[in-house]
Write a protein that binds this ligand. Structure first.
Ligand code: MN
Length: 257
């Protein structure tokens, strides 16, 4: 059977499950909160144009307003100063938007320590158990943080010292950017970096190293708990915003059952 027909048949009969890794997008979707003097993103908002009324008797439609980095979204290289000469979100090749995924689960560690940082040794231990990271694929980092995504306060987990959410250690970010074969990193948190990463050297190392290396980020993913450690295929669909630094994205995973 031709490959594509076999694929849709497998999806139809459940041999391949389609999982939605996307958080619902609404004015309740948590957004990152930068401290002064930095500017912040706006929320996602709908403004009604007509709703089967005198403004449009047979139709309902809205305008949308959103930041590029709201909800489940894609970080393009030009999002960071280190990647300023790289691709904007409209320039990411379509074939890179379908890729294999490795899933590393540190949800137990993150439940005990919200400032948990993934180290190179964690990824190497994972590779010893599950095989090498997929070339041109994603490293998806499960932290359990998706369980908090309906509540901005719990999601950002900030106190007087700033936000406390799990992330990736400086050396591991450098290694993922420069040594590992992955195309990018996907996380369940509001950004690819740890809540405390403003104090790292360099600050926000995932952004600085990965985007600087022309790699990508995916944030605020859901349902990573339902993915195998190896073997899933991720389809990430950011909008092709010309000059865009990122975009809300529908992210799906295909999993063989
Ligand atoms: Mn972002």
């Amino acid at each position: 059977m031709p490959l594509l027909q076999d694929l849709v048949a497998a999806i139809a009969d459940g041999r391949i499950e389609v999982l939605d890794l996307t958080a619902p997008l609404s004015d309740k979707t948590p957004i990152i909160q930068l401290p002064p003097p930095f500017a912040n993103t706006r929320r996602f908002e709908l403004t009604e144009i007509s709703h089967y009324d005198e403004r449009g008797p047979a139709w309902y439609w809205n305008d949308i307003a959103t930041g590029e980095h709201v909800g489940t979204h894609f970080d393009a290289p030009i999002h960071w100063a280190t990647g300023r000469d790289g691709k904007d979100v409209s320039q990411v090749p379509a074939r890179q938007l379908i890729a294999r995924a490795a899933v590393i689960d540190k949800s137990r560690e993150c439940a005990e320590n919200p400032d948990f940082l993934l180290e190179v040794a964690d990824v190497e231990a994972w590779e010893n158990e599950h095989g090498p990271l997929p070339k041109g694929g994603w490293l998806l980092y499960r932290t359990g943080w998706d369980a908090r995504a309906s509540d901005q306060q719990r999601f950002l987990n900030a106190n007087e010292t700033g936000p406390h959410t799990p992330g990736i250690a400086v050396e591991c970010a450098r290694w993922l950017a420069n040594e590992a074969p992955v195309i990018g990193v996907g996380v369940e948190t509001v950004g690819t970096d740890a809540g405390t990463a403003h104090s790292f050297d360099p600050a926000f190392p995932c952004h600085a190293f990965l985007l600087g290396a022309g790699k990508y980020g995916l944030t605020q993913l859901a349902n990573l708990a339902r993915l195998p450690a190896q073997g899933a295929v991720v389809i990430a669909g950011p909008l092709p915003i010309v000059h865009g630094s990122g975009s809300p994205a529908r992210v799906l995973a295909l999993v063989e059952r």
